[in-house]
Design a protein around this ligand. Sequence first.
Ligand code: GAR
Length: 207
Amino acid sequence: MLTIGVLVSGGGTNFQAIIDAIASGQLTDTKIVTLVSSNPNAYALERAKKHNINATCIRKKDYETDILYQQALIDHMKEKKVELVVMAGFMVVIGSLFIKEFENRIINIHPSLIPSFCGNGYYGLKVHEAALEKGVKVTGATVHFVTEETDAGPIIMQKPVAVLEGDTPEQLQKRVMEEAEWKILPDSIQLFAHNRLKVIENHVKIC
Ligand code: GAR
């Protein structure tokens, strides 16, 4: 059984997609052992409560240094015996201490086809605003392993989504979530849970 810890900052629809995929049997041999929010008002915390999932809020600003914050996150994940960390709408840039501790055991969902519209400053709705500004006809979502360079780790899965005439950033965000994110995040966890992901020279091989 793969134990996962989910990191969130907001609504938690991707967190919900993981819960639903486990409930439906689409995602197997996987248990969510903790939800950690960076924001005490995140709706994701309500979702955890509703599904009896252990949840807590760990805020960077409550720690004197970034290292102490990262250590608190590490301690929590270790205490809960987390094997895979899933960033599901986590809006904090995480430092190297945490990343090294969980090397090749942290995945992130990003709402674009990396390497487009990613890196520092590209998160949430801003990603879709940038895609519309550029006038791309296709966007999508990416699940990747987390490395020290933001959104640059080995890519696990991607799914394209059409941009439609007259889309607002909110409409595009909703379509990317529905058509891509809520599918490829549980699917990527399923591959990890069944030892089907191998990272070789910064590339993911699905075996
Ligand atoms: C999702 O679109 C996710 O891809 C994005 O934030 C949203 C969170 O929604 N993540 C990033 O932008 C990370 N760089 P949710 O809380 O409803 O899952």
